[in-house]
Design a protein. Sequence first.
Length: 321
Amino acid sequence: MIVTLTANPSADRAVVLAEALAPGEVQRALSSREDAGGKGVNVARVVTAAGAPARAVVPVNGHDPYRLLLEDAGIALDLVEVAGRARANLTITDPAGETTKLNLPGAELSAAEARALVAGVVAAAEGATWLVLAGSLPPGVPPTFYADLIEAVRERWGSAAPRIAVDASGAALAAVVETARPDLIKPNHEELAELVGEDAADDADVLAEAARRARALVPGRVASALVTLGADGALLFSSEGAWRGRAPRIQVASTVGAGDSSLAGYLLADLEGAAAPERLARSIAYGAAAATLPGTQAPTPADLPSGTITVSDFPTPIATS
């Protein structure tokens, strides 16, 4: 069982344009769709579509239209009642696959609602193999929310606690890495650089820089790291080694949710007992499949790209600090 938390859910609205986005102009859309979004929800949708057990813990207002989208997603849900409504995220994609995103702030969680959400996650984590904490934090909770939640889950379940994966960024991810030692983090290249206090904008060698940064964290502060690199594939680091997987050639429809699908693919392979190279290959395959679909549709096994994802050892120096 994979349990996910989406602390700051969103109704994801995707619009496809016939021409490149022209700010200040009136443009007609070719199509649009709306999905129940949020990183944890996306992971649960992909896992469920693959036939594996998943539950999504989501704070939601009972009268929020988002709840209908969520219930239509076909995933098992543990809903925590809150007063505010889910935000809306708008994604605009042009014919070349260029994506523009507008992410609205979420509703503020009260202290009582935050406590109820923690209690809901702790209860849902019973018997789970993985717990996924994914996405931004809503207003009203401290940046240590995920780190504190990890402590609460491990304190309640002890040696039976699930392994914990975190897909976040900024202060929330930094707090987790500083104090909570997660089993897996899934940053992209820019998020990894930010995590170690650097700027990835001028990196001449993305792979080498990502490897150096990851090895500053793995395995001392983080058990493993899955670093997604878009068209450059992904890297996986653990105490056992490092691997690079190359991305297949695809026709990009929308990159929204591709990282979430990458994480889901990794976890699905892990549930099957796959070795690290196969976990990385499955991660890349699911991320690529998601990028070929419009909006935030959850890829199924039938959507995976044909052919073999090339994975090779990626020797890196072990960090000494």
